[in-house]
Design a protein around this ligand. Structure first.
Ligand code: BGC
Length: 491
């Protein structure tokens, strides 16, 4: 007779293998966009200029196809169609963002623009009527230009209070509509291209100095918003708050100690610079040490990395209810000797060479490579580095330049990444509860303009009506969500 323990373990392994094509009941599917990229109506109904509006109006040549976000996907007028598309796919949540200057045209909290409030109220009502949960980003890079002009934006600590005031206004206005709040999107991109290289709005340059000042203010601003929610809203509204942090995955080129350390260092400078303060309370040790050493070799009296006080560390630590992360691509990493001391530079602080294998699939040479194994490694790294915390993927998706409706490459990409999610959940024991495709519809893709398509649904930007058409990826994802399963054999 077979021993009961063996029978039980056989049953368990059969049921696990069977289950691992199915998404757990608590796993939610969503898609995302952001205000600057889809709303358009840049100066309509009282909305004022953002740093991106000004950047594009002043430097049209900085955008690949010289397109502007003035109209973008026209979601300000076509939001009902967007929600209908989300509903058709069967999405659980729609991640979108509020435009700060639509709610507070001066940037300050003392003057609320009721037309802007009415727009988001209608949008949330439409989501509710269609059973779609709003996942709302407060700041997706579209800082009021007025606050850039008068304060220097994210380089001035005052911005942390102004952002917190704006957050409080939104928490109050939309307390009955929104349960999932994301304070700030991808601080790395905001700080690096906005204030380091100057490649994005507001186009300020100051590599090796500004990224750290910006990071400090982002983390403090986020923490202030989190505490406001915690103290003034959580008890009645019972929502959840986090910050969206992104990174590519960085894989060591060899098993040598130097390459492994270099890959870890790149992850810390890209992700840990924001993640470590929020999840653990302070800057990562490796960044404190490296920037501190290089600063003193440069003859500076204090580190270019501004320290947190003990009080600030207490204040920042643990300001999340779940981890919200964006992941798109992978890179290989090789150690390289420290750069000579010269002008400060963020990349010299890291000291590593990164590159992509030419065999990794990309689409028409756009910025994303299809490496789903990197997502699984990243999720495991998060657990090892920060502990067993609930994770939601708030962006993942694939770009192309043709905008084809038969987007098999996007299906392959999403399929691979969802499969990596299942492996992470069932094999690696990661507490992953959600996956969000970037993007629900084609958007104005920052410096890529409207020539980079990423949507499950196509937007025809040459048509004044901005007609939307579902792509093959939308149809495919609809089936996956309906069956809660990745394989054709599930249904
Ligand atoms: C950003 C989005 C952007 C997407 C695709 C992310 O870095 O949050 O705004 O459109 O990547 O490039």
């Amino acid at each position: 007779m077979m021993r009961p323990l063996i029978v039980l373990s056989c049953l368990l392994s059969v049921s696990l293998a069977w289950n691992s094509n199915y998404f757990p009941d608590n796993f939610k599917f969503g898609a995302a966009t952001a205000a600057q990229q889809v709303e358009g109506a840049w100066d309509e109904d009282g909305k004022t200029e953002t740093i991106w509006d000004k950047f594009v109006h002043q430097n049209p040549d900085r955008i690949g196809d010289r397109s502007s976000p003035d109209i973008a996907s026209d979601s300000y007028h076509k939001y009902k169609e967007d929600i209908a598309l989300a509903k058709a796919i069967g999405l659980d949540h729609y991640r979108m963002s509020i435009a700060w200057t639509r709610i507070l045209p001066t940037g300050f909290a003392d003057k609320i623009n009721q037309a802007g409030v009415a727009y988001y109220k209608k949008l949330f009502a439409e989501m509710k009527a269609n059973g779609i949960e709003p996942m709302v980003t407060l700041h997706h890079w579209d800082l009021p230009q007025s606050l850039q002009d008068s304060y220097g934006g994210w380089l001035n600590e005052t911005i942390t209070d102004l952002f917190a005031d704006y957050a409080r206004v939104c928490f109050e206005l939309f307390k009955d509509d929104v349960k999932i709040w994301l304070t700030i999107n991808e601080p790395k991109n905001l700080c690096h291209s906005g204030y380091g290289t100057g490649g994005g709005a507001p186009g300020v340059r100051g590599s090796g100095v500004n990224e750290y000042i910006c990071a400090r203010n982002i983390v403090l601003g986020h923490a202030k918003a989190y505490h406001i929610y915690d103290q003034e809203f959580r008890a009645q509204n019972n929502g959840r708050v986090s910050i969206v942090i992104d990174t590519d995955w960085y894989e060591p080129n060899t098993n040598s100690g130097e390459d492994v350390e270099a890959a870890e260092r790149v992850l810390q400078f890209n992700f840990g610079l924001y993640g470590n303060p929020v999840y653990k309370g302070n800057w990562p040790e490796v960044i404190i040490n490296r920037v501190g050493n290089r600063s003193s070799l440069e003859g500076l009296e204090t580190s270019r990395l501004p320290a947190f006080t003990d009080e600030e560390i207490q204040f920042i630590r643990g300001t999340y209810d779940f981890m919200a992360v964006n992941y798109y691509s992978s890179n290989m990493v090789e150690a390289k000797p420290d750069a000579d001391i010269g002008d400060p530079n963020f990349d010299s602080d890291i000291s590593a060479t990164t590159y992509r294998e030419s065999s990794w699939p990309t689409c028409n040479g756009t910025h994303i490579v299809d490496t789903p194994w990197g997502l699984r490694s990243f999720l495991n790294w998060l657990k090892t580095t920060y502990g067993d915390i609930e994770i939601v993927i708030t962006e993942n998706g694939r770009s192309d330049k043709t905008g084809v409706l038969e987007d098999d490459h996007r299906v392959t990409y999403i399929q691979g990444h969802l499969s990596a999610c299942l492996d992470a959940i069932f094999t690696d024991g990661i507490n992953l509860t959600g996956y969000t495709v970037w993007s629900l519809i084609d958007t104005w893709e920052w410096s890529g303009g409207v020539s980079i398509a990423m949507g499950l649904n196509r937007v025809n930007f040459s048509d004044p009506e901005r007609t939307r058409t579902p792509r093959k990826s939308a149809t495919w994802l609809t089936e996956v969500i309906k069956n809660r399963c990745l394989e054709d054999t599930c249904s």
